[in-house]
Design a protein around this ligand. Structure first.
Ligand SMILES: [Mn+2]
Length: 344
């Protein structure tokens, strides 16, 4: 099926449902939350009852997006809030999964499979490479910059009205997933979608302040430390930087980063480093918590595709922007950084 036909079919499925649950990935980024916010508005415009879920969403994240404060951040409170005793199928007839890449990234994969098993319908809107095949209607286009761009295509394909609130969502998703149009995923179609959002009244300044001009002193210092630590592995032409748990405690004065700070560090700094010339790829490593190391990989222009490497390390993502998580700690031995897996 062509994209156009799939997008029309998605609207038919929404129209023939009464209660819709929209889900994006755990530890959401701007694109995940924008996609939820936009799809929720579109569902409400159809007269549907719409709920949304995103595991680990913290309260302030992208709070200007319409309805983003109504997103449930854990399944228990969703079920309690809606009076669901058992299965999601007892309440919903349609689930829309947005921007998730894999079922695991919904954080409630088993509940979704059970929902489907009991006759519920699932639509996927995504721009990650396929990992799982579970949706009744899979609208997956890895060549798109963002799921928000796909949602914009949904609006256009179905000739739905495009208002300022929707435009804020679309522009936010595009700006966050393209690093303000810097990453290679920003195509002419992406620019056209963003231009349409601006023409519909999207508040560019407010969005840019939120997604880009938002760095406090601690975050700038963390960027600074990572830049100072930047090294090139000449054999693989891989540039890399390392941030340890102790660095985070020293800089932030606390032992954890909230998801907004983490996303800024990973997406913001990794995206910035993807402009590095003289390297084929960039890798940021940091100790997510004691015993767990997260890696973020970016391809540089004309560099190597990093998606395969991330998948080989048990992670996922896009071909040019991907990540992984491994057990272990980061230690400096003989002036070299080593990932030590304490379990081995
Ligand atoms: Mn995305």
């Amino acid at each position: 099926m062509e994209m156009q036909a799939k997008l029309i079919k998605a609207l038919e499925m929404m129209r023939s449902s009464e209660r819709i649950l929209i889900i994006a990935h755990l530890r959401p980024d701007g694109d995940a939350l924008s996609s939820i916010a936009a799809l929720r508005l579109l569902g409400l415009n159809l007269g549907k009852e719409v709920s949304s879920f995103c595991q680990d969403k913290n309260q302030e994240l992208f709070d200007y997006l319409p309805g983003v404060n109504t997103i449930y951040s854990d399944l228990g409170s969703l079920k309690k809030g809606l009076g669901i005793n058992d299965s999601l199928r007892d309440y919903f007839d349609l689930i829309i999964v947005a921007d998730c890449g894999s079922l695991a990234r919904t954080a409630i994969g088993d509940d979704i499979l059970e929902f489907k098993h009991k006759g519920g319908q699932v639509i996927e809107f995504d721009h990650h490479p396929r990992i799982d095949d579970y949706a009744d209607l899979e609208i997956r286009y890895p060549e798109l910059s963002s799921t928000a761009e796909l949602v914009y295509n949904f609006i256009v394909a179905n000739k739905l009205s495009f208002n300022r609130d929707l435009a804020d969502c679309i522009l936010t998703g595009i700006l966050t997933d393209t690093g303000n149009f810097l990453y290679p995923s920003a195509s002419d179609a992406t620019m056209k979608a963003a231009a349409a959002a601006l023409a519909a009244g999207a508040r560019y300044n407010k969005i840019a302040n939120y997604v880009w001009r938002n760095k406090d002193m601690a975050m700038i210092k963390m960027w600074g430390l990572a830049l100072e630590r930047l090294k090139l592995n000449p054999r693989y032409q891989l540039a890399f930087a390392v941030i340890t748990r102790d660095d985070i405690i020293n800089i932030f004065g606390q032992d954890n980063l909230d998801s907004a700070a983490e996303s800024d560090f990973f997406s913001g700094l990794a995206g910035f480093l993807s402009n590095l010339s003289g390297a084929k790829a960039v890798m940021l490593l940091y100790e997510d918590r004691r015993g767990l190391v997260k890696g973020s990989l970016r391809s540089t222009p004309n560099g190597m595709l990093v998606g395969k490497l991330a998948r080989a390390l048990g992670g996922g993502g896009h071909e040019r922007a991907a990540g992984f998580t491994l057990p272990g700690t980061l230690e400096q031995i003989d002036n070299q950084w080593v990932l030590v897996d304490n379990k081995i």
